[in-house]
Design a binder for this molecule. Structure first.
Ligand code: ADP
Length: 373
């Protein structure tokens, strides 16, 4: 929250399938400086009421300070709080926001907001856009006057690929439903972890080779002739089925069980409990992999897939600069490393992946900037 004296004049909200992202401008009323600050906060869309309540508090603050309070001046003309909204929720919750806030809400197109927000970050904000490598995880690039054409890959609940040819000139060229919502949903089912950050934390401790079938598992070595290292993932989660079949065969050999009675010892009743235990790193005798291993394997599967599609889209449309946005990334090193590596690997170093410090707020910033003066 801005401190109690800050003046809030302008709010923008981007309400997506999973998160509602809020951006607002505040400044100190008696400050001699002309500028102020942009504030960023997000809420789960399922708790949209909390988000609207937060906006209502901002509005109260705005009214109090514009209504001739501390400095004794009357409210200047045209000082109404401006609320911009984008994303699907700008439609779904339109009436609710208007009723609760009692102000006009201006709706803006989601894709347009995304690229306006991204353009602003790329062209104007220093220390915002960066490239990732393990040696240098945050190598900032200077603002660029003419970044076009480029590809924007926005990884939210789902994924959109946008070709951007100039300011406000764009086309949605593709998408995939295997996105952030997929990771969040499946890891919720598989690991018992509840928050997204808990899942990322788990992933950072996992070893994907426990569940993924690697080139080395198949060849016993690397397959250098076609450029595959022994650690390259041949099949995400491909080891699990093999382990399960082996265990079934063992059970058959040791006699007596009819096929329909066969249960893999790893998948007995307390399956979920076992995973929850393994999350807390308690030894698990019957299962050779942990919730952490599953988390990193799924994170790799989703990110590799998106990286591969991003590369193909960039080939089709002849684009060398690829910007990754959306809250899925969340500054997580494993995610950025996978995406970055995919682009570098497939393009043989010709194309570059870029990330943003405020990756989740492109749409909200775009809506914020669309306010008519
Ligand atoms: P949308 O606009 O579709 O809501 P976002 O860009 O906000 O998309 O990204 C949502 C995705 O971000 C989720 O599916 C999840 O992968 C990830 N994520 C990051 N932080 C959180 C969080 N606190 N809660 C839920 N998901 C989160």
């Amino acid at each position: 929250l801005p401190n109690h004296t800050a003046v809030v004049s302008h709010i923008a909200v981007d309400i997506g399938g999973t998160l509602a992202k809020l951006v607002y401008f505040s400044r100190e009323p008696h400050s001699a400086e002309p500028g102020g600050r942009l504030n960023f906060i997000s809420f789960e869309t399922d708790r949209i009421d909390e988000c609207i309540e937060f906006m209502r508090n901002l509005k109260r603050k705005h009214q109090r300070l514009n209504g001739g309070g501390s400095n004794g001046r009357a409210s200047p003309p045209g000082s109404d709080l401006c609320v911009m909204a984008t994303g699907g929720g700008a439609y779904k919750y339109y009436d609710k926001i208007r009723d609760v806030l009692g102000v006009d809400v201006i709706r803006e197109d989601e894709m347009e907001c995304l690229i306006i927000g991204l353009d602003f970050f790329i062209t104007e904000i220093p220390r915002e856009v960066f490239t990732y490598s393990e040696a240098n995880p945050m190598h900032f690039v200077e603002p660029s006057e003419n970044p076009y054409p480029y590809l924007l890959v926005n990884i939210g609940s789902g994924v959109s690929f946008l070709k951007v040819s100039g300011p406000r000139e764009y086309q949605r060229v593709g998408g995939t439903s295997l996105g952030g919502g997929t990771l969040w949903g499946l890891l919720g089912l598989l690991t018992g972890a509840r928050t997204f950050d808990e899942m990322l934390e788990l992933a950072s401790k996992g070893d994907n080779s426990k569940v993924d079938m690697l080139v080395g598992d198949i060849y016993g070595t690397d397959y250098s002739k076609i450029g595959l290292k022994s650690t390259t993932i041949a099949s995400s989660f491909g080891k699990i089925a093999r382990m399960k079949r082996l265990a079934e065969r063992e059970a058959e050999d040791s006699g007596g069980l009819r096929h329909r009675d066969l249960h893999h010892p790893h998948f007995e009743k307390s399956d979920n409990e076992q995973l929850l235990d393994s999350q807390h790193h308690q030894p698990d005798r019957s299962r050779p992999y942990s919730a952490a291993d599953i988390s990193v394997a799924l994170l790799y599967a989703i990110s590799n897939n998106i990286g591969q599609i991003a590369f193909l889209q960039s080939q089709i449309h002849n684009l060398n600069h690829i910007y990754f946005g959306g809250s899925f990334i969340r500054g997580h090193p494993q995610t950025m490393n996978t995406l970055s590596y995919a682009i570098k690997f497939w393009s043989k170093g010709a194309k570059q992946a870029y990330f943003l410090r405020h990756e989740g707020y492109l749409g909200a910033v775009g809506a914020f900037l669309k306010r008519q003066p």
